[in-house]
Design a protein around this ligand. Sequence first.
Ligand code: ADP
Length: 161
Amino acid sequence: MKNTAVYPGTFDPVTNGHLDIIKRASFMFDNVIVAVLINQSKKPIFSVQERIEHLKECTKDIKNVQVTSFEGLLVDFMRANDAKVAIRGLRAVSDFEYEFQLAHTNRALYNEMETVFLMPSAKYTYLTSSMVREAYSLGGKLKDVMPAMAEEALIKKFSKK
Ligand code: ADP
């Protein structure tokens, strides 16, 4: 039986921290489904299609990674895809409280699943999509934080505003 893991998130934009987690997960599981959560209430900068495109481009060389989107409960998406493992990244203690609540809520909804936490390379532990958005919205640029095409798209997005 194939061991499939789902890595859910907003990825607005995808960062090198996300990519680091995807690579680590790809060594551990037969299949990794990167799943962009459709959640309009977060008012994302990039559309779901754009985020999927960026994720596909930067994972195209990793054979066992697929990228898609989902709406609704993660556990329903996991059941539909025969996946029992959810991947989440843990950067610092500040992530813990939220991730702890999320993992236990998901377990209450789907007892057979496990959440696996992976730590990125230390150089990405401070990196968050919201900080990246903030810096670029104000005209700043950061080195080694995201794949080139996501950076180009982000600069373009803010230059239109
Ligand atoms: P959220 O789900 O809080 O909106 P994202 O969708 O951007 O955040 O992130 C999805 C997952 O990736 C979360 O588990 C988050 O902790 C993790 N993550 C985000 N940025 C990084 C990073 N720089 N290094 C490792 N994991 C990260």
